[in-house]
Write a protein that binds this ligand. Structure first.
Ligand code: HEC
Ligand code: HEC
Length: 321
């Protein structure tokens, strides 16, 4: 045995050296420059193949659309994934999920750790849906990941696409006015769909109260919700509000009680929380916290702990999420 393997070693070393030399000589063009997002269209439901993988993709899509109906133990609020990730996760202004499969694993400043796409899905289950984490190896998680991979078709790993930074950034010098927001809530017809109590109705999700998103959701941040609102609401006339009106509405909506998010104090463990985070974190004072929060029925299930940090010295306050 030894005789066979021993002569191979020098050969392997030569191969490694050659590869290193090639890597040094050629310049690899940045992937982001070669991907033309404008010319790319994500596949849609009609493109789902009629095979086993297609069945999984389709189940994943339906879990996004009918989350509380399909997973009542886990999705306990009035929200479904598509309440925010509109149009099956394809809408560019509504935190698109297209390309997400090519963006993970990644370092998430809020977690202070490198997280998988499954972890990211569970952050939305526990925080945005104010529900419980689904088991990572479950049929349902695999189906959701199959759908996310499907709508990421042909997006190269590392490409910068519309969803890379979540919701479109707003001018962060704007500040909402709660009293103005309350008036606009009626004037701009939000009240007709979401209701005077913000409770929603059927497929119309709650904006506050025990069945809305939790305080640990991105949507609980004034600037993030303002971005969603200015681009996507009111549902039948998006684009009709000014950025200031969207901040006012966001401030009003987020001035109400909503579900708690256990473990939120551990967010941004390296510091650098964005200024509109409504709870205290390392080196950050809560921005306009809601007057109270509803305790979670299952605090353990609704906490998706941050993975162990790789504690890179450069991983400080970079990035906003
Ligand atoms: C209350 C609104 C809301 C709901 C409901 C919601 N999300 Fe999200 N999700 C967001 C926002 C906002 C972001 C982007 C973060 C940001 O912009 O700060 C995001 C980010 C994500 C990402 C990361 C995308 C990327 O490429 O970085 C995934 C994956 C995701 N959500 C999946 C889901 C799934 C699956 C569900 C349903 C179980 C869900 N979300 C429900 C608001 C929501
Ligand atoms: C015609 C009915 C309708 C009107 C009017 C409307 N919405 Fe919505 N809203 C929806 C629906 C439906 C969704 C869920 C997204 C979807 O299914 O496309 C939603 C989602 C939302 C969300 C994200 C999910 C959540 O629960 O937080 C916010 C925030 C929101 N609306 C705020 C507003 C504001 C502010 C106004 C007024 C400017 C408004 N909406 C007007 C129907 C409406």
């Amino acid at each position: 045995m030894h005789r066979v393997i021993a002569p191979m070693r020098p050969l392997l070393a030569v191969l490694v050296l050659t590869a290193a030399a090639c890597g040094g000589a050629e310049k690899t063009p940045a992937v982001a420059l070669t991907f033309n997002e404008e010319a790319w269209a994500p596949p849609t439901e009609k493109d789902i193949p009629n095979d086993s993988l297609g069945a999984s993709i389709k189940r994943g899509l339906y879990l996004l659309r009918f989350t509380p109906e399909s997973l009542p133990k886990y999705a306990t609020s009035s929200l479904r994934c598509t309440s925010c990730h509109q149009n099956d996760g394809l809408k560019k202004s509504a935190a698109p999920l297209t390309g997400s499969h090519a963006r993970f694993p990644k370092y998430m400043p809020r977690s202070g750790a490198v997280i998988s796409l499954g972890d990211r899905v569970n952050y939305c289950f526990t925080r945005s849906l104010a529900g419980n984490a689904i088991p990572v190896g479950s049929r349902e998680m695999t189906d959701i990941l199959a759908y996310l991979a499907f709508i990421s078709k042909d997006v190269p790993v590392g490409a910068h696409t519309a969803g890379t930074d979540g919701l479109i950034a707003m001018k962060d010098t704007l500040v909402g006015d709660v009293a103005r927001g309350e008036k606009l809530f009626t004037e701009k017809t939000c009240i007709t769909c979401h209701g005077a109590e913000g409770k929603g109705n059927g497929p119309i999700p709650a904006l506050w109260g025990p069945t809305s998103y939790s305080i640990g959701a991105s949507m609980a941040r004034e600037e993030r919700a303002a971005s969603f609102i200015v681009h996507n609401m009111p549902q039948m006339a998006p684009g009709t509000l000014t950025p200031q009106e969207a901040f006012d509405l966001s401030a009003f909506i987020n001035s109400h009680p909503r579900p708690d998010s256990p473990g939120k104090e551990g967010d941004w463990p390296m510091g650098g929380a964005p200024k509109d985070v409504p709870y205290n974190t390392n080196g950050h004072d809560a921005h306009r916290p809601p007057p109270s929060v509803f305790p979670k029925a299952n605090p353990a299930g609704s906490l998706w702990p941050n993975p162990a940090s790789i504690a890179h010295p450069a991983a400080t306050a970079k990035g906003a999420k």
